[in-house]
Design a protein around this ligand. Structure first.
Ligand SMILES: [Ca+2]
Ligand SMILES: [Ca+2]
Length: 219
């Protein structure tokens, strides 16, 4: 984070163009209005302010796609998935978001609705903390070898290796979240996050979900 800030400030000083140009969000009307007359070439602090300022974000809203994986050192299965949702800036430091997501592995999975809020710095590189909840259904594969039923409908009852998929009902999770955003320009933002999933199935199943998302905002 510190090195990224240094790069931004260095680029601001050098007036370099491209990804790290000092007036990065000129495609946003409010930002463009504010910095229509850019800082003078050797106005280092003026350039740095332009390069870091994201106070114009209040009122922005838009769609995002994202995805992540569960970090479970004790399991060889990788549970991963994706989501599509919408996020909006209530103020320039507070966003609300909601999405539909589905995550799975070969033998398990879950899908549902994700809702959350984030408190973030109104800056181009924006660390944030948040809280959220995921509500949905989960599915696991269980052994059907000892229940006197032909679970897989293959004409044999309780044959070796017989299994069936079971929906466990509602999976309800709550999570705190930490992460950081980076604005590519005035409308596109990329994000990396970590969420500590605490599920209704017990503390033994708590996991970290590491993920990312890309948002496209407009007014
Ligand atoms: Ca059976
Ligand atoms: Ca069977």
């Amino acid at each position: 984070m510190r090195s990224s800030l240094l790069i931004l400030i260095l680029c601001a000083c050098c007036g370099c163009n491209g990804l790290f140009r000092s007036r990065y969000a000129m495609d946003d009307p409010k930002y463009a209005e504010k910095y229509e007359d850019g800082a003078e070439q050797w106005d280092v602090w003026g350039k740095a302010k332009q390069a870091l300022d994201a106070r114009h974000t209040a009122g922005l809203g838009g769609l995002y796609v994202g995805g992540g994986v569960q970090v479970r050192p004790e399991s060889s299965q990788v549970v991963g998935g994706g989501e599509i949702g919408t996020e909006g800036y209530i103020t320039n430091w507070l966003t609300g978001r909601g999405s539909l997501g589905i995550y799975g592995a070969e033998r398990e999975g879950y899908g549902g609705v994700d809702l959350g809020i984030r408190v973030q710095a109104p800056t181009r590189i924006a660390p944030f903390v948040g809280v959220g909840t995921f509500q949905g259904v989960s599915r696991t594969v269980k052994s059907g070898a000892f229940n006197w039923e032909d679970d897989d409908k293959d004409g044999f009852i309780d044959e070796p290796g017989e299994e069936y998929a079971d929906f466990d009902g509602w999976l309800s999770t709550f999570y705190p979240e930490v992460g950081a955003h980076f604005w590519l320009n005035g409308s596109v933002r990329i994000t990396a996050y970590g969420r500590y999933f605490m599920t209704s199935l017990g503390r033994d199943l708590d996991t970290w979900v590491l993920g990312g998302q890309i948002n496209v905002f407009s007014r």
